[in-house]
Ligand binder design. Structure first.
Ligand code: GDP
Ligand code: MN
Length: 383
């Protein structure tokens, strides 16, 4: 999950990383109230999950009420690289002497954390990497060793951070590492990390990506869940607690188990069809879960046929079949459904489906045959 800048700053503040005081605003009136509260000059900042807002006109300084109002009006509704601005962050403006860059993230190829620091901040780090790669210091961090003040000092020296900022930057790096590890983030980035003319170092921007797999131990993240940025299919699936990934094809897929769901996508491709999604309903496959899964797939207008691929293990075939039948009574499904049901008590299961006698429902004994039939019903060309 990616956080907005203002959320990232709230998250930084919990780890004692200095940020400017400010408030969010969803209307011009709220923006003016915030500006008056924090005192001029203020910065009016677009809250969208994309970098380069400054260059796109999404970050403006305002020295009085009239300017705050003007910038708020111009930035709300602005389209920044396909992201429409619905919310602003208004903060007290800082004076800038120097702009630096600092981040921690995962270096997957090195199977390690990495700390990245540069004395050239304020521009996109990719641009620095292109133009002046030596200005970027990368240091791998062994999670067992951690990242302490000595490590921070070494990085700061190597990056050529100005003398008056060294202590402040090192202190923030140590806090940033804690926030990255204890806060279960995949990325924490400060660009720019600034030195003010009076010698203070603080975060002027915040980019944070949280590790969704750790959400179970952070109930507080629910406040940040940003469902309106999601594809509507993903949003509904998330609300129903399903493991769903939207794809571009026309054969809707429901399977039990992530491995089987992936294989099902592959087999549909193999026979010439195109999967519309990956959907794993997990081990249980109760009527409730099946109904939710069918409901999610039903909202996808591209879906022309649905392939339900269930291999009964601990879940018995007749339970699954009952689940499907009950789900069909509850959800009005537009597309025809092809079912492959195998494993424990598959025969009883198939008998239940047959007795249901719906002409929208076809049962086939193998995965390959079912994939072909679903592709054919969806109007695809079967190989
Ligand atoms: P980004 O363009 O999306 O990365 O947005 P930033 O939050 O990094 O802001 C872009 C640039 O605006 C920064 O690099 C600064 O140069 C400038 N800026 C942001 N906040 C302030 C501020 O409080 N005072 C001043 N003078 N400039 C700021
Ligand atoms: Mn920035």
């Amino acid at each position: 999950m990616d956080l907005y800048e203002y959320q990232g700053k709230q998250y930084f503040a919990r780890y004692d990383i200095p940020v400017s005081p400010g408030a969010t605003a969803d209307t011009v009136e709220e923006a003016v109230v915030a500006a008056e509260t924090y005192g001029y000059p203020v910065v009016v900042k677009a809250q969208v999950q994309v970098g380069g807002r400054g260059k796109a006109g999404g970050v403006k300084l305002a020295s009085d009420r009239a300017e705050a109002e003007l910038h708020a009006r111009n930035i709300l509704g602005l389209d920044i690289k396909g992201h429409v601005v619905k919310r602003l962050w208004i903060e007290r403006s800082s004076d800038i002497a120097k702009e630096y860059y600092a981040s921690f993230t995962l270096d997957r190829s090195a199977k390690s954390h990495v700390c990245i620091v540069s004395a050239k901040g304020g521009v996109e780090i990719e641009q620095v990497a292109d133009e002046d790669p030596d200005a970027i210091v990368r240091r791998h961090v062994d999670p067992l060793d951690g990242f302490g003040v000595d490590d921070a000092r070494a990085v700061v020296d190597e990056a050529g951070i100005d003398d008056e900022a060294k202590a402040g930057v090192a202190e923030i790096l140590v806090k940033l590492y804690r926030c990255y590890v204890e806060g279960d983030a995949d990325l924490v980035e400060i660009n720019p990390l600034i030195l003010t003319p009076d010698g203070r170092v603080h975060a002027l921007d915040a980019k944070v990506t949280l590790d969704d797999s750790a959400a179970f131990r952070h109930p507080e993240w629910a406040d940040w869940a940003n469902l309106d940025e999601l594809d509507p299919r993903d949003r509904l699936a998330r609300e129903k607690g399903l493991q769903y990934v939207g794809l571009d094809g026309y054969v809707g897929i429901i399977a039990n188990g992530a491995g089987l769901a992936m294989s099902t996508c592959d087999v549909v491709e193999q026979v010439g069809g195109e999967p519309a999604n990956f959907l794993d309903i997990g081990g249980g496959a109760s009527a409730d879960v099946m109904a939710s899964a069918l409901e999610v797939i039903n909202t996808d207008e591209k879906v022309k046929a649905i392939f339900v691929n269930i291999f009964g293990g601990i879940t018995r075939g007749e339970e699954v079949a009952n689940g499907i039948v009950q789900a069909l009574d509850r959800v009005d499904i537009a597309a025809p459904i092809v079912i492959r049901l195998d494993g424990t008590n598959a025969e009883q299961g198939r008998a239940i489906l047959e007795a249901h006698g719906s002409d929208r429902l076809e049962s086939l004994p193998t995965m390959l045959e079912a994939a072909r039939r679903a592709t054919e019903l969806a109007g695809g060309v079967v190989r």
